[in-house]
Design a protein around this ligand. Structure first.
Ligand SMILES: O=P(O)(O)O[C@@H]1C[C@H](O)[C@@H](CO)O1
Ligand code: GUN
Length: 315
């Protein structure tokens, strides 16, 4: 048993008079970061930056340059935030960047946490709760993903209209455990998760900037292994247009906390669906994402400038 488990299961044991074997790992992990603990982490960050972000942006693999566009930036490395997780994946720098983007106060997360790194779902989504406590109204989630639908080409941007997640469908959900209503409700409807009006606004930007985008379903697998051919074929048949290892659980926690969500993928490779297809390679994925990041950056900046004109869109 690690030290976290020890502390948390004590609380559970007392409350429910149950042996710790009755409590799932996700529930134990979730209980560790209480509302009060998240509040004190948010306060520590706020005291340091003295800034009130309205929008949080999570940068996917190789997409961290979005953070470099932030004006009057104040950066906090994750290592300087007690009890905040650490980035361990290539292409995820590990900084929170506060400042203005397209005239709006933002916090940009240069590097996300993935379940395959060994973090619980609740730890992967902890930053979303902290963004909520910092006063954010919406999150923009970005990721690198492998294209399944053959209309998607390497370098394309896909706006996420829905998701399908194997981990979430199989009881690896960050909301498992005792619920604290101060964050959000016990049961969370997610059939309108990726806000339609915001997607429409993003499409307007696509037209104005002449950057064509697709719209489709993002699929989450656990990773860190990529897909077998049979996996990819199954995912495609099931309705996924592209596949990655993040985002869906973050979107769910955002909705739970009452934050609006916009999410998009950069298609960095074609997920293999034939036995002759090339193997995905993370270094290459990061390279492609970084090379194509400009399109997503322009789209996000345009999107933010439109939000600035009508802040009621994210209220
Ligand atoms: O953080 P994202 O979802 O962009 O990272 C993708 C999924 C895996 O972490 C990795 C696979 O190459 O890139
Ligand atoms: N095939 C594949 N390509 C990716 N590119 C980024 N993430 C992924 C993934 O999970 N699978």
């Amino acid at each position: 048993m690690n030290s976290l488990e020890g502390k948390v299961s004590d609380a559970f044991l007392k409350e429910f008079n149950l042996p710790k074997e009755f409590i799932s790992h996700e529930a134990i992990a979730n209980a560790y970061y209480t509302y009060e603990k998240c509040e004190s982490m948010a306060k520590l960050i706020k005291d340091r930056v003295n800034f009130d972000p309205k929008i949080a942006i999570i940068c996917g693999s190789g997409l961290g340059d979005i953070g470099n566009l932030v004006e009057n930036a104040v950066s906090i490395p994750y290592t300087e935030i007690p009890e905040f997780p650490r980035s361990t994946v290539l292409g995820h720098l590990g900084n929170l960047i506060f400042g203005n983007l397209s005239g709006l106060p933002v916090v940009c997360m240069q590097g996300r946490f993935h379940p395959f790194e060994g973090y619980s779902m609740s730890l992967c989504t902890l930053p979303i709760k902290i963004f909520k406590l910092l006063g954010c109204k919406m999150v923009i989630l970005t990721n690198a993903a492998g294209g399944l639908n053959r209309v998607l080409n390497v370098g394309d941007v896909m706006l996420i209209k829905d998701h399908m997640s194997f981990p979430l469908l199989s009881l690896k959900n960050p909301l498992i455990g005792v619920n604290d209503e101060r964050f959000g409700p016990r049961f969370v409807p997610i059939n309108k998760l990726y806000t339609k009006s915001l997607r429409e606004l993003f499409k307007v930007c696509s037209h104005e900037l002449n950057i064509p985008i697709h719209e489709g379903v993002y699929g989450t697998i656990g990773g860190p292994s990529y897909e077998t051919i049979a996996d990819s074929r199954f995912c495609l048949t099931a309705g996924m247009d592209c596949v990655g290892m993040s985002t869906s659980h973050e979107a769910i926690v955002a909705a739970y906390c009452g934050l609006k969500v916009l999410a998009c993928s950069i298609i960095t490779d074609k997920a293999p669906t034939d036995y002759e297809d090339e193997e995905p390679d993370h270094k290459e994925i990061v390279k492609v994402a970084a090379a194509k990041a400009k399109d997503i950056e322009k789209l996000i900046c345009c999107f933010l400038s439109k939000i600035k004109e009508d802040l009621s869109l994210i209220e």
